[in-house]
Design a protein around this ligand. Structure first.
Ligand SMILES: [Zn+2]
Length: 275
């Protein structure tokens, strides 16, 4: 599943092409893609709108239009591309919605698993009404403060891994990066949040920033067939210290990396380095 670095990479790639272009036509091939907006209402809003920019908030991709926000969640396998009318960057069978643009190119969304969502809100209501309305602070956009995270850790009192994966606590961290962040912060994934020391909380914030920033520089991780766009292959998978390294020696202490399940998610960590 694309996480914050991969979605930021998609936004960066689309920002090279889309700003200034107008959406002149569109067709949806997957009714349930349009979330909380009736399909006709959706097209009434986005048609004729100029695209100002594309950004991300956590795992959400936001197309800033003149009067609206078009908000996409890629879920498992969603992919955006821009190409000419007859050129399909991904498998045409997985095409779910397409928009004709004012430069005669087509903005297309593909989704083999059909879990993705798309919603449109006006510039005033999106923060209250859309899927992003109840998300926590995002490490790279409005970094969670130490005081905020400490208070949440005491209040929630759960294992630290599901705590950091809870998008209402912090948004944008997913399974790959939480494994890496906890290794860097030397915190075991099953530690109960109220036992975390101040230094450990500060390290979690610090390494969330460092690791997500580095992953964006490397255009995300290309695993599970994820590609952010045409000819863009992420390279962060080469930087992984624990994720997918079961039984391989820890880079710090040489003990084998352990794989377990926490909250139903594959969890990789070093029992020596992470306490
Ligand atoms: Zn170790």
């Amino acid at each position: 599943m694309p996480e914050l670095p991969e979605v930021r990479t998609v936004a960066n790639e689309l920002n090279k092409i889309l700003p200034g272009l107008r959406i002149i036509n569109g067709e949806n091939f997957m009714p349930k893609l349009i979330w909380r907006n009736k399909e006709n209402d959706f097209f009434d809003k986005v048609l004729d709108q100029k695209i100002i920019s594309v950004q991300n908030y956590g795992k959400y991709l936001i197309f800033n239009l003149e009067n609206f926000k078009m908000i996409s969640h890629l879920r498992m396998e969603g992919k955006w591309s821009v190409s000419s009318k007859d050129k399909y960057v991904y498998n045409e069978k997985h095409l779910r919605i397409e928009f004709e643009l004012s430069n005669n190119e087509w903005l297309r969304y593909y989704d083999s698993r059909k879990f993705g969502t798309l919603e449109v809100w006006d510039n005033k209501s999106y923060l209250k009404e859309s899927g992003i309305s109840n998300l926590g602070p995002e490490p790279l956009n409005n970094n969670p403060s130490f005081e905020y995270l400490k208070k949440a850790a005491i209040k929630k009192n759960v294992k630290v891994k599901p705590f950091l994966l809870d998008q209402k606590v912090v948004c944008g961290i997913g399974n790959i990066y939480v494994n890496e962040i906890l290794f860097a912060a030397k915190v075991a994934p099953d530690r109960i949040t109220k036992t975390l020391g101040d230094k450990e909380i500060k390290n979690i914030i610090k390494f969330s920033n460092l690791i997500l920033t580095k992953a964006i520089e490397l255009k995300g991780s290309s695993i599970h067939s994820y590609k952010s766009g045409e000819n863009v292959e992420g390279q962060f998978q080469n930087e992984l210290k624990v994720h997918l390294r079961e039984n391989k020696p820890c880079f710090e202490c040489k003990k084998p990396i352990i794989k377990t399940q926490i909250g139903g998610r594959g969890t990789y960590f070093c029992t020596e380095c992470q306490k």
